[in-house]
Design a protein around this ligand. Structure first.
Ligand code: SAH
Length: 343
């Protein structure tokens, strides 16, 4: 059984080299090759042929295949469907913003959180993504599109905190100065609120932005549309957010999908305002995106406007997320895993 070398940090590659009787400093060269998208050891021209051969006997290099690429005619958003080693496939999106090109990556094949409005959870969780596979989403999106990526959001398929160790490892890989070197302040991680993981995340004191998929300010509404709320609850979530913000000094952001007749009344807005202020959170409203299998509709423009004005009147920092890539189903909540047939 060969080992996945792209999930390894330079120090670990170095230790493995030492065991093979090779000089450790080669690790940095190998790591840089991988971060540039090398797909075989043969490409690593500054290594001896003998070492390349030895590496090839022990390790494999993950290389996702782009089985589908769609480009939005409206805003140039690009959506990729990557086939992984085992025939599973996940989606990745590149968004072009003024502040930099952003890649939205998946963290799992499928999702087990069961949010009632989201396409990614249909069919449940198949498996976690490996650190290398998440890195590949960033790396090969950049290589394939020719668009230099400066920001990453973990807002594709899957719940990042449900794949905690692999996600942290991925962050270390993508942030590494000898690798892609993407700064933590350019990375956002979104969670449905697995509060039991917040402390562990705060311990690492990463300078990333934590986004909370709140979507409802009260337990009755939230538990109805987000099973992750059951057994945890909004109060526990807000406490965990306050603690996280205190410990890391980082401002938290709340995502709130506006769903017609579900979470979009003035009462909801007032409660949300109170909660956002208690956490000093920024609120990002997302008009619900259409998912064929789901019964929900986006809030009317009038209700959205009223909702925004309540938040603003309360002094909450609020933005309405621009919808990107809607003609290629690349908007929030529209990504889904696929199985490439014939596998
Ligand atoms: N599991 C993580 C990461 C997914 S991020 C999380 O829940 O945060 C994707 C974001 O899009 C989440 O905020 C999610 O709740 C939101 N979303 C899901 N379905 C949506 C839809 N149909 N319209 C708008 N946003 C949606």
């Amino acid at each position: 059984m060969k080992t996945d070398i792209k999930s390894m940090l330079p120090a670990e590659i170095g230790a493995a080299l030492a065991e093979m009787g090779e000089p450790e400093y080669r690790a940095k060269q190998i790591f840089s090759w991988l971060a540039k998208g090398a797909v075989s050891f043969d490409e690593m021209s500054n290594l001896s042929k003998a070492l390349r051969g030895k590496l090839d006997e022990r390790y494999f290099i993950t290389t996702p295949k782009p089985v589908c690429k769609q480009v939005s005619e409206i805003d140039g958003t690009i959506k990729y469907l990557w086939e992984l080693r085992d025939g599973n496939a996940v989606e990745t999106v590149i968004m072009r913003y003024k502040h930099g090109n952003t890649v939205c990556i998946s963290s799992q094949v499928g999702c087990r959180q069961g949010c009632a409005f989201c396409a990614s959870t249909i069919g449940g969780l198949v498996r976690d993504l490996e650190p290398s596979e998440m890195l590949d989403e960033v790396l090969f999106s950049q290589i394939n599109s020719g668009i230099p990526i400066s920001n990453i959001v973990l807002m594709g398929i899957g719940e990042p905190l449900d794949n905690f160790d692999n996600v942290i490892r991925f962050l270390e890989l993508v942030n590494h100065p000898d690798g892609m070197n993407i700064g933590m302040r350019h990375i956002s991680l979104s969670t449905c609120g697995l509060t039991e993981k917040f402390d562990k995340l705060a311990d690492l004191n990463l300078q990333l932005t934590l986004s909370i998929s709140l979507h409802a300010p009260d337990d009755e509404t939230r538990s109805k549309i987000m099973p992750a709320n059951r057994g945890r609850g909004v109060e526990e979530l807000l406490d965990a957010c306050r603690l996280y913000a205190d410990r890391t000094g980082r401002r938290i952001s709340f995502e709130y999908a506006m769903i017609d007749g579900v979470n979009d009344t003035v009462k909801h807005a007032e409660l949300l305002a109170k909660e956002a202020k208690s956490v000093s959170a920024h609120v990002n409203l997302i008009p619900l995106n259409h998912v064929e299998e789901r019964p929900f509709r986006p809030s009317t423009p009038e209700n959205l406007k009223k909702f925004v004005s309540v938040l603003e009147k309360e002094g909450v920092n609020v933005t309405v997320r621009r919808k990107l890539g809607s003609d290629v189903d690349a908007s929030c909540g529209q990504l889904r895993r696929k199985l490439v047939s014939g596998k």
